[in-house]
Design a protein. Structure first.
Length: 245
């Protein structure tokens, strides 16, 4: 994070479900609330500094929740970066990168300062670049766990038949999802889950085979925006999170 112009970078620790603690020990809401509390503590420790905020995967919720709960602090935020965001709007991706397609599996959140927020996603990421009609969105809406933990739960006992897969994806609780092409959509959900299990998406964000990696491009842009915002020498407080893997 020093490339953003910040002299201090602090990682906010929060109890991510299934990472440090058992998967169901914390809901996504309570885990994010712990992250927000930690971020509040760090912000109070540096009352005169501008902020560079970076959300990664399900940790992006910490950033959204903190920004919305602290409107009086928005002038202090120089720039926000979102990596693999499950709330990514379908029309938002990093300048200079290709349209990753789709959108975040958890729905759309712009946050209160979209003009200072930048999203990076890679094509096919089952968390941040899922199709709008994906049945995985039903599964996420029907759970109190973070999206990546919902995926892990399903993969622990992946149903064999389409009918069982549809039931596992919580389609029955969302009748509007019983649209045409259900077979195709069930198959696409299964393929996305298997892709999530088999591909290391963290490496895709860090791959530099065709020039700077998506993550490097984001950091370069954050550094430029932070410099224009006069953030050099400030405190950066990215929340804890993990990339889809």
């Amino acid at each position: 994070m020093e490339r953003t112009g910040a002299t201090r970078a602090v990682r906010v620790q929060w109890p991510a479900p299934g990472v440090i603690t058992p998967r169901r020990s914390h809901t996504w809401e309570t885990a994010a609330a712990a992250g927000v509390a930690d971020l509040n503590r760090l912000v109070r420790l540096h009352p005169s500094d501008l902020l560079v905020l970076v959300g990664v995967c399900s940790g992006s919720r910490v950033i959204y929740d903190w920004l919305e709960a602290n409107p009086e602090q928005l002038d202090r935020v120089a720039v926000v970066g979102m990596v693999g965001d499950p709330f990514r709007p379908r029309d938002k991706w990093l300048p200079g990168t290709q349209d990753p397609g789709g959108q975040g599996v958890a729905g759309r959140r712009l946050g209160p300062i979209p003009d200072r927020t930048y999203w990076v996603a890679v094509p096919g990421d089952p968390l941040s670049a899922i199709q709008a009609d994906s049945l995985l969105r039903s599964a996420v809406r029907g759970s109190d766990l973070a999206p990546d933990q919902v995926y892990d739960d399903i993969l622990d006992d992946l149903p064999g038949s389409r009918a069982k897969m549809a039931a596992r994806l919580d389609v029955l609780h969302h009748p509007g999802d019983w649209a045409t092409n259900l077979r195709r959509r069930v198959d696409e959900a299964r393929e996305a889950l298997e892709r999530y299990r088999s591909l290391d998406y963290a490496t895709r964000y860090e791959s530099n085979e065709n020039g700077p990696s998506p993550y490097e491009r984001l950091v370069t842009l954050l550094a430029a925006e932070a410099s224009r915002g006069g953030v050099a020498g400030s405190s950066a407080a990215p929340p804890h999170g993990r990339l889809a893997s």
